[in-house]
Design a protein around this ligand. Structure first.
Ligand code: SF4
Length: 486
């Protein structure tokens, strides 16, 4: 899809809007006339007497749409709004999230509600951004569920994230930097030793600043690729280094049932872990095979039972809508299955296919992208079913290149919200990350400043450049001293 930008520099939003309607046609910004090639978009702003003329023309699969409007001011919104309406007419597609291309719709809604009050904020969210009523309602319910957590934050609070970037095998839709254990076995030991060192150094920094730990999240990858001894040592190092007096939650992703046994779960429980995530993604063996998960649906049920046996009273289950070979009936079966298990938290993701996923690089089954309506029906079913069975949506974010341009939503039974998930998507509280691929996000509690410190992505870089990585951690102290004046 060729895109021309004439008389303006609003490239980023125009590109994103084109991707919203043509997610699998790479957008190429061109100088000449893009309409001649049979699939292109031309955007133009020209100054006129006392105003600005906005023009959008688009052609695609033999169809054409064009609109032109005059506005008093030169502004991005007037152009992107016109572009959105033109592409909607051209394609016949009405995205449920309207023209929102960002990943944090609830954050935007919160901003509008704080400015205008809830009713007018919702009205602005819907009309300005073309968000459907159903999605606006979902965002608003999520916002309301978050309010008690957000208002309980204190200026020195932070969450700790620890990354274990190893998995037993690679799922075909995965774009994370996770490496399979078979590939990276020799890296695991040195990685683990250096991770403990990074945790200890990070704990010294946060203690010297008087920061208070409010939650811990060990994610990945699949942390339960570690042995029971390693899991005990990891949790022990975190407990020893940080002050847990205000820490109310401690989550470990035990995502793949093929990595879970009673010994590991018992070790986690004994180390004070309060929540685990056991992720079926689907309860259909055919779908699990199609996505490269080397376990059965029964293995998920068994792992869940083991977690209960080990004493866990807060268990999350992830599901994905839009998986290859899945159907609406199959998804209903999966969702009803995790509800029947009694999972306290259910997270419903939309399949997002990044370029690095095996499904893309190995030319896998992409027919799911033609199944926009079926995928939307799965998502609608999840919202209705989780609502009627007593779950509330409490965090929500979007990713690019998702099937049906939908969302990922975390649902919780009353009293079981995982605050870390809110903070990590909302970016209103500092999250300090340790481990490969971790991103520390430092948030000024009394302003808008958000500063990121990146750890190296890959385990081999994490190991070979560890001193450099530890030096970067000094940025935490500099941030609190120079920006927050704490
Ligand atoms: S378990 Fe998660 S991180 Fe690991 S390969 Fe599968 S999708 Fe990727």
């Amino acid at each position: 899809m060729e895109l021309a930008l004439l008389g303006h520099g609003f490239r980023y939003e125009c590109e994103n809007l084109c991707r919203l309607f043509f997610p699998y046609s790479p957008v190429r910004v061109v100088e000449g006339d893009p309409l001649a090639g049979g699939a292109g978009v031309l955007t133009e702003i020209a100054e006129t007497d006392g105003g600005w003329q906005y023009t959008v023309k688009a052609v695609w699969e033999g169809r054409a749409a064009a609109h032109s409007e005059t506005h008093a001011a030169l502004e991005e919104y007037s152009l992107t709004d016109l572009l959105y309406r033109t592409l909607r007419e051209l394609t016949g597609i009405t995205p449920a999230w309207g023209m929102l291309t960002g990943i944090h719709p609830v954050k935007l809604l919160r901003q509008y509600c704080e400015e205008l009050g809830d009713a007018a904020g919702m009205e602005k969210f819907r009309s300005r951004c073309h968000v459907s009523k159903d999605k606006a309602d979902l965002a608003y319910r999520t916002l309301r569920a978050q309010r008690p957590v957000v208002s309980a934050m204190r200026p020195r609070d932070f969450c700790l994230y620890v990354g274990i970037p190893f998995c037993p095998s690679r799922c075909s839709y995965c774009s994370f930097v996770s490496q399979s254990v078979a590939q990276a076995r020799k890296l695991m030991e040195p990685y683990f030793a250096l991770l403990l060192e990074e945790i200890a150094r990070t704990a010294e920094i946060t203690a010297s600043l008087g920061l208070t730990l409010s939650g811990v999240y060990i994610g990945g990858g699949t942390p339960t690729t570690l042995t029971a001894e390693q899991l005990s040592a990891l949790c022990g190092a975190i407990r020893q280094g940080f002050d847990f007096s205000r820490c109310t939650e401690f989550t470990v992703e035990a995502g793949r049932p093929d990595t879970i046994d009673l010994e590991k779960l018992t070790a986690l429980r004994a180390a004070g872990v309060t929540r685990v995530s056991i992720n079926p993604q689907s309860l259909s063996d055919e779908v699990l095979r199609a996505i490269g998960r080397r376990h059965t649906a029964q293995a998920v049920l068994d792992a869940f039972a083991l977690a209960r046996q080990a004493g866990f009273t807060q268990i999350n289950c992830d599901l994905i809508v839009g998986l290859p070979r899945d159907t609406l009936a199959g998804f209903r079966h999966s969702l009803d299955g995790v509800i029947a298990l009694g999972a306290e938290n259910v997270t419903v993701h939309s399949l997002a296919l990044k370029r690095s996923a095996n499904l893309i690089t190995e030319g896998g089954d992409l027919s799911l992208h033609a199944r926009r309506e079926e995928v939307s029906a799965m998502m609608e079913y999840s919202i209705a079913r989780l609502t009627e069975t007593g779950y509330q949506p409490y965090y929500l974010y979007r990713q690019s290149r998702t099937a049906g341009n939908l969302e990922n939503t975390g649902w919780a039974k009353p009293g079981t919200v995982c605050a870390y998930n809110i903070h990590s998507t909302d970016e209103e509280l500092t999250v300090i990350a340790c481990g490969a691929g971790g991103v520390t996000k430092l948030k000024d509690p009394s302003g808008d400043t958000l500063t990121r410190i990146f750890n190296f992505k890959y385990p081999y870089e994490y190991i070979s450049r560890h001193e450099e990585l530890l030096a970067r951690k000094q940025g935490i102290a500099a941030f609190y001293r120079d920006v927050c004046k704490l």
